[in-house]
Write a protein that binds this ligand. Structure first.
Ligand code: NAD
Length: 373
């Protein structure tokens, strides 16, 4: 059983899908691990650290040759998998909707492409959930990014020279990233408020010491929503939400938006007119910018200024904390493969519930229900 760890090729991607810790653990299961030279550089892991953990370090062709499982953070280009064995697994964050054409090419290669972001949100899969592990770090980093762009302090300070007011932070979308953003902004001393469409988040917001700002007149999504996910809201809800945001946002210094709808463009939550109502020097961080953006005018990969407000649109925010993000991502992959390890076969064997949820291609065909519609 050979596990290959690919060096990431996407622009700006600093993470890596295995760490010396997980290499050791895979060896403990009886697997051999081959790591592409330089794979850990962006996360400050030297090739020698992988070698010390028992991996062989080599070229991409060497890593791919005879590999039974290939691990990546982002999906590799199919062309870069030349020489891959038919039936080999590729486990990574494959962006199946955004990179739909790629999925067809993975099928043509004859590999079994496993999209880690399709991991079902069930209790036993929590430790394999890359969306949670990476969103948590993104929520933390979004607050630090906001703080560094903001020309004022976050906490209230009473000094001999006078008082500095606490920053007002508003978090829109209270999933994993939003909850961590609330907690981080609170730790920095800000006055925090937050909103979501799922009613279960109200209590979560309040338990973190923030104020819940919710649409009252139109019903949102009851409880957690299906699988913890939101759906697109009705026009009536959207109008009520826009009115609520308009009255709240003008008083905010920092806004962090994190709202996503699986398989759909991110919902638009902040309009140009609402940005114009904010004080100059305010900062908005749009964590959904790569999924279409929650904020009108935010640009992926850039910090732009509109009406005196900075719109922060960094791409791939987890990669900005590459060492921690890699450590957690690598553990998600290890937890996944080890949970299904069949001792007698000496390799992982998936069950139906998780296998069918994450498997995109098999036997030369696209097999995933979510892609076949
Ligand atoms: P997400 O990244 O899909 O979306 C972020 C947030 O945006 C969500 O809370 C969503 O409700 C919100 N949102 C969507 N549209 C909105 C709109 N128009 N206005 C305002 N907010 C909007 O969500 P996520 O971070 O992946 O987590 C969603 C939930 O799933 C959380 O409650 C989390 O605890 C749960 N979860 C469960 C498991 C598990 O049981 N295994 C694992 C991970 C997450």
């Amino acid at each position: 059983m050979k596990i290959g760890v690919l060096k990431e090729t996407a622009e700006g991607e600093r993470r890596v899908a295995a760490t010396p810790e997980t290499v050791r653990k895979f060896a403990g299961l009886g697997a051999t691990v081959a790591v592409e030279a330089g794979a850990g550089t962006g996360a400050n892991i030297a090739d020698t650290a992988y070698a010390d953990a028992g991996a062989s370090v080599g070229s991409r062709a060497e890593v791919i040759a005879d590999a039974d499982v290939l691990l990546g953070v982002a999906g590799p280009t199919p062309a870069s998998l030349n020489g891959v064995r038919k039936g080999a697994w590729l486990a990574a964050s494959l962006n199946p909707f955004g990179e739909r054409a790629r999925v067809d090419e993975y099928a043509l290669l004859g590999i079994e492409a496993l999209a880690m972001e399709f991991m079902p949100r069930i209790t036993r899969a929590q430790s394999m959930d890359i969306l949670s592990s990476q969103s948590n770090l993104a929520g933390y980093k979004a607050v630090l990014d906001a703080a560094s762009e903001y020309g004022k302090a976050f906490p209230m300070m009473m000094t001999a020279a006078g008082t500095v007011n606490a920053a007002r932070v508003f978090v829109m979308g209270v999933g994993v990233a939003g909850l961590q953003a609330i907690a981080t902004a609170r730790r920095l001393g800000a006055q925090v408020s937050a909103t979501d469409v799922r009613s279960a988040t109200k209590e979560q917001i309040e338990s973190l010491g923030a104020k819940a700002i919710f649409v009252e007149d139109v019903k949102g999504i009851e409880g957690e929503g299906a699988g913890g996910y939101a759906t697109e809201m009705s026009d009536e809800y959207k109008a009520a939400q826009a009115a609520l945001v308009s009255s709240h946002i003008a008083k905010q210094d920092i806004v962090i938006t994190t709202a996503l709808i699986p398989g759909r463009p991110a919902p638009r939550l902040i309009s140009d007119a609402q940005i114009a109502s904010m004080k100059p020097g305010s900062v908005i961080v749009d964590l959904a910018v790569e999924a279409g953006g929650n904020v009108e005018g935010a640009v992926a990969g850039q910090v732009v200024e509109l009406h005196g407000v900075k719109l922060v649109g960094h791409r791939n925010v987890p990669s900005r904390l590459a060492a921690d993000a890699s450590a957690l991502f690598a553990r998600n992959l290890y937890n996944f493969l080890s949970a299904f390890w069949d001792k007698e076969a000496g390799k992982p064997v998936l069950d139906e519930e998780i296998g069918n949820a994450i498997r995109l291609t098999q036997g030369g065909k696209v097999v995933n229900e979510r892609l076949l519609g």
